[in-house]
Structures are given as C-alpha cells and as structure tokens.
Write a protein that binds this ligand. Structure first.
Ligand SMILES: [Fe+2]
Ligand SMILES: [Fe+2]
Length: 672
C-alpha cells in the first residue's frame, strides 16, 4: 500500500513518510472501479481530420447564442454574471437576456436586459451591468463577440431561470437555470481541475481536432454534471488554468476557444465556472504587452520582431473578453484595470482566491516559437504577422516587481522600485482581511502553476511561487492550494515554513548556474505524515499546515510519471529556480531549457501513475462555530480515453463511481 522510511536531517523532527501510490495493482486504498459508460453524440464531421488545421478556417456567420457561461459576481449569494457568445464573426443584431425565478415562457417573459452594441476589449474601462465586447485575434484577424450581463440583487439560495436571444427578426434563443449561493454557515459542494483542453473532432462543435484535443475533455465536463458518488452536481466549479490551449493553434485561436466554450457550456450554463489564468492563456498577437496595437515601422509583418507579439493585454485578450470576473479593484502600473486577472469571492464560510502565477513564476512557459533548426523562418500567420524564431511571451512581474528578503529567502513587493508587485500586495490584503473576518473559516487558493510537483515529464516545482506566496499562505494559514499545469494528480502532506539548509542540486544549469552546485529551493517543511481520523475518514488539520493538490483535467499529453532519487529512494522533484532560458541563435536554431534543479521531496504524499486525469469534489460542512469546520475531498480518476495517444478519435471511457482518494481537511474555529 505504501512505502515507509524515515526522513529528516539532524536537528529536525524525524517522521515516517508514506507516499501513497494510487492506482497500482494491489493498492487496497483504491476501491474497485465501477460505473456507467457515458456515450456521446456522434461526430459532426464525416471522418477524422488528419490533425490540427494548418490554415485559418472560417467561423460560422449565424448569430444563434451559444457558449453559455455563468460566473459569480462579487457576492455569489446575490450576484451572478451570465455570459454567452455568437458562433463566429458576426455580432448578434440585438442581444437580450431575460431572467426570472420561474421558467421563461410566453406567459412569463421574465425581466429583460438589453445589451449595447459591442465595443473592442479595453481593460482601462469599467464595465456596465450589460456589456458586449469584441476581440480581434492578432494572428488570424477574426473578430469574435462576447456578451455579459452582471445580475445583482438576486435572492440567496434561489434558483433563477434565464434565456438569451440574438434579437434577430426570427430570434434564436438558448437558456438554462442556476442557483445562487447560500448565505451563512451553509453546506455546499464545489469541484475543481485544471488543464481541460477541447474534445476531439467527434465531440467538438466545429468537427476539428486541435493541438491538445482529447475526448478526456468531454468526460471531464460530463463528470461535473454527474459526479461519481451520485450525490449531485456541485454549486460551482474551479478551473485551474490552461483552459483550451488556443495559443498552440496560432491560425485558429478563436475557433479553439469556441469549441472549448461549447464543451464547457454543458455545465457552465447551469452553474458558475470560475477560472484562473494559466500559461496557455497567454497568446501571440500583434499588440504591445499592454494591449495597445503595435506601431512598429514595417506594418504587421514587423510587429513580432519589434516585440509587439501579444494578443491583447499581457496576451490574455481572449480570456479577458470571454470572462467578466469579480473586480479586484486594482489598476496596473500601465493603467490597465486588472479585473479578472486575479480575484476573490466567498461562498458560505469559505474564501476562494484565484491567482495568476504567471506574474511571479520563474518558468518561461507561455506562447513560444522556438525552433531548433538553423535559420528557421519566422512564424508567419494569416494577417502577415511575423514572429521570429526564439520568441517567447514572458510576463513575470507584469503587475510590478519583487525583491529578495534574505531573512527567509522570500520575495516581497519591491516598494523601493516605485512599482511593487500589485498582485502580491492585493493577495496579502485579501488574506489578512479574510483571517480577521469571523464569517470566514477556511481559505482555498486556486492557481495554475505548481509550488510542488514531482512529475518527471511535467514542468516541476517553481521556486517563484515558494518565494513570493508561500510565506503568505503560511502566515495566514491558507487551508488548500489547488493547481493544474501538470497533467496528473499529486497531493502533499500539510506543509508550513521551509527546511532551511536543505538544498537542492543544479542538474541542468541555466546561464549563470554550475552543474552540481547546491541551490536553496526553499523546500516546504512537512508538518505531519500521520492523519487523524474524522468520521472514519483520514483527515488533516489545515490550521497546522497547507495541503497542495495538483489536479489534472482532460488534455492530451499526460505527465503522471513521478521522480524518485535512486540513491535514497526518496521522492524527487524538479525545481525551477531561474528563468528557463531560450538559448541559441538564428544561425544555429534555438532551444528552451527546462527545470534546472532537483530536490528530495518528502512533502509528496500521493501520486497516481495509472490515470493522469480526474476531477475533484469538495463538500464543505461548516459545522458549528465554535467547533470543527471541514471540507471532505474526493478525487475521481478519469481513465484515459482511447484516443489519448492520438490514434483513434472516437473514444469512450467509464467514469468511476468510487473515489481514488478521500480525505477530510478540517480546522477548529471560534476557539479562544
Ligand atoms: Fe497544461
Ligand atoms: Fe500549464
């Protein structure tokens, strides 16, 4: 069931390590998998395409509403934002939303909200109650349209019905219903994963297959509407970044987003889906990093060479057009409002915080055009944009700088520079306020990249997160940190502080590093490896230490092979301690380095080498205050669909009815 050994080093507590290996034969913790086969509608296209399209494909010209998407407003008990899109490059004539506590019908038309004409994305503006946004993709020139209505003043814990219409002479409509969040010390269920991607051609609206398309993505959405334990869909879902990988299909990013939107709408039309930004939300385009059109001499073809290779602000134009998220009230140093880049909301007694780790990580993993052959031509797209070889988008410190604090090898906002990191300042203010608020028991952070991961083919653990945010997670006792980025599952023990003096080793030096040198990886310190028991389920006291979960979703490209130090059989993690440099030249071609260092990783508590993907269900029971408040966590694997390796594109899978892991995360609240 597990392997045990003693770890630790002189001067520190010695503990027993148990790293649960999920899914291997004979592991008693894994219940026998049973379930129902979910069968999907058959293909739109008549046969599988040979691969991702290499040219820009036209989008539909109909205006029928689709891609319905709900998100919470600032107060989920009373505010929900309803969003939708037109299928393609034609704006809807006169879009309107109607909503009511009774089903919408001819007899009950509901309250009507008419939308204004679309305006191009401009994140320096405030958005009104009803907003229509257009966004023109910098690489293929297609303009797509997004509609948002911010409903406020709703009743808590109440079901609302809604319908959207394109307002055409013969209107086309779509709709569903949702439930607002309860208030006070209420029980509720939420779910989470990252790295969703798009289904394959047979389940995509367009009939295309994209770079990360995989039918796992279809089943991951299906599972949220009908979780394996049979106890019903969650109130809302957290989507931890790398939403659809549109930045990999440079000729068709709007088309990839459309297929994502329609897949997700099968759930997001019925309950809020709350996203976090990941590296793949950053796209190439022809704007400056701030989102202003590039103005380099030489026209569009020269924009990439001039550094104007961003698709909207920080490359996030599609994301910021599609999602109108709770406002953090922060305006960036460049004048852009940072609404949606990071945000918080509270449901019941839990504070949720979505972060954009692109801002503080070392790794360089967003859009990139890095070709290893000599004299490779620039990447030239439909609009004539020309991206030179060796180009990457890198947004570290886009909300301001951090500086070292030698006292604990951390990074803190660099006030002396005049432009301290605004996201980190906001995070500390938000955490401090939450811990002072008696209505908040637990804090759940979700973001894309990982502070801790032992994946070998994946990205690894990023020291930037450990330096900038883990000291805050420790100080304010964040209970859970959920991530994606690695296409696998991993769970840590509760950790707090770091193992000062426990250094990693440089194994793949970046410029300025020496192979074999020691490096301070600020390794998180394990609090305990022995769970207590709560109602017969193993439990961790998250007041003592934060638990980190890596939650794979549904992409192609699993990374669920995990590192072990062969000299001592300890789990081993890759750690990124410097920017993974792009090295080379036009004449030789370019390569991008990976993680530079490794560390022993006693913090790794559970991995799943069998199934890369899955979904997580969290049941919050606030209990009484004073008393014990708990979140019961279940992880359900999604067994690989047959097309995962890219062979046949018509796979089905059996979704398990038993969780692969079940834990309780608890803390006592309200005690002196
Ligand atoms: Fe990913
Ligand atoms: Fe990622």
């Amino acid at each position: 069931m597990s392997e045990s050994s003693t770890g630790g080093s002189p001067g520190k507590a010695t503990f027993t390590r148990r790293r649960f290996i999920i899914g291997t034969v004979g592991v008693s913790a894994v219940a026998a998998l049973g379930g129902t086969v979910v069968r999907a509608p058959r293909a739109v296209a008549s046969g599988p395409p040979s691969g991702p399209p290499t040219t820009t494909l036209p989008l539909p010209t109909t205006t029928d509403p689709e891609q319905l998407l709900l998100t919470w407003g600032r107060d989920p008990a009373t505010e929900v934002t309803v969003s939708w899109s037109a299928p393609g490059t034609v704006a809807q004539p006169a879009p309107v939303l109607s909503f009511s506590t009774q089903p919408i019908s001819a007899h009950n038309p509901g309250w009507l909200v008419k939308l204004p004409d679309p305006r191009p994305l401009d994140v320096t503006e405030r958005y009104g109650e009803a907003t229509a946004i257009s966004f023109t993709d910098g690489l293929n020139g297609q303009t797509t349209y997004f509609y948002h209505v911010q409903l406020t003043g709703l009743k808590p814990g109440t079901r609302y019905y809604y319908q959207v219409s394109d307002g055409a002479a013969t209107p086309s409509t779509a709709g569903s219903s949702f439930e607002t969040a309860p208030t006070g010390r209420a029980k509720f269920r939420f779910s989470s994963y990252g790295d969703l991607a798009t289904p394959s051609w047979d389940l995509n609206t367009s009939g295309n297959i994209w770079h990360e398309s995989c039918d796992n993505s279809w089943y991951a959405v299906t599972a949220i509407e009908n979780p394996g334990d049979g106890k019903g869909a969650p109130l809302f879902h957290l989507l931890n970044g790398d939403l659809c990988y549109a930045n990999l299909d440079v000729n068709n990013a709007p088309g990839v987003w459309r297929d994502f939107g329609n897949n997700v709408a099968r759930s997001a039309a019925n309950r809020p889906w709350m996203p976090a930004l990941g590296n793949h939300e950053c796209e190439f385009g022809t704007d400056t990093i701030h989102g202003h059109p590039g103005s380099a001499p030489g026209g569009i073809a020269a924009q990439g060479a001039a550094g104007n290779y961003w698709n909207g602000p920080y490359g996030f134009g599609h994301y910021l057009s599609r999602f109108l998220l709770p406002d953090n009230g922060v305006t960036n140093w460049d004048g852009n409002r940072l609404r949606g880049n990071f945000y918080s909301f509270q449901v019941g007694t839990v504070k949720f915080i979505s972060l954009d780790a692109d801002d503080i990580i070392y790794q360089d993993g967003a859009a990139n055009y890095v070709i290893g052959t000599a004299n490779a031509k620039p990447e030239v797209t439909t609009t004539g944009a020309s991206i030179p070889n060796g180009t990457t988008t890198y947004t570290r410190f886009y909300t301001g700088g951090l500086k070292p604090d030698a006292a604990n090898n951390s990074l803190v906002p660099d006030y002396a520079s005049g432009k301290p990191n605004l996201q980190t300042i906001w995070l500390e203010q938000t955490l401090k306020a939450a811990r002072r608020d008696p209505s908040v028991d637990m804090i759940v952070v979700f973001m894309h990249q990982c502070a801790m991961s032992t994946s070998v083919p994946g990205n690894g653990s990023d020291l930037g997160i450990r330096q900038a945010w883990l000291p805050l997670f420790d100080q304010y006792e964040v209970d859970l940190v959920l991530s994606g980025h690695e296409h696998d599952y991993e769970r840590t023990y509760p950790v707090r502080g770091y193992d000062a003096g426990e250094h990693g080793t440089v194994v793949a030096p970046n410029p300025g590093q020496t192979k074999g040198a020691t490096v301070d990886t600020r390794r998180p310190a394990v609090v305990t490896t022995e769970p207590y028991e709560f109602g017969g389920t193993p439990a961790w006291n998250t007041a003592e230490g934060t638990v980190y979960l890596v939650l794979g979703g549904g992409t192609n490209g699993p990374t669920n092979t995990y590192g072990t130090d062969t000299t001592d059989d300890e789990p081993q993690a890759k750690v990124i301690t410097t920017r993974n440099a792009v090295v080379g030249s036009e004449a030789t071609g370019f390569v991008k380095d990976g993680a530079d260092s490794v560390e022993d990783a006693p913090w790794s508590a559970a991995i799943n080498p069998t199934d890369a993907y899955g979904y997580s269900i969290f049941d919050v029971d606030p209990g009484a205050r004073p008393g014990e408040t708990t979140i019961t966590f279940q992880y359900f694997a999604i067994p690989a669909v047959s097309n995962e390796a890219g062979s046949a594109h018509d796979g089905t899978t059996t979704l398990p009815t038993q969780p692969t892991e079940k834990f309780v995360f608890g803390r006592r609240v309200g005690h002196p």
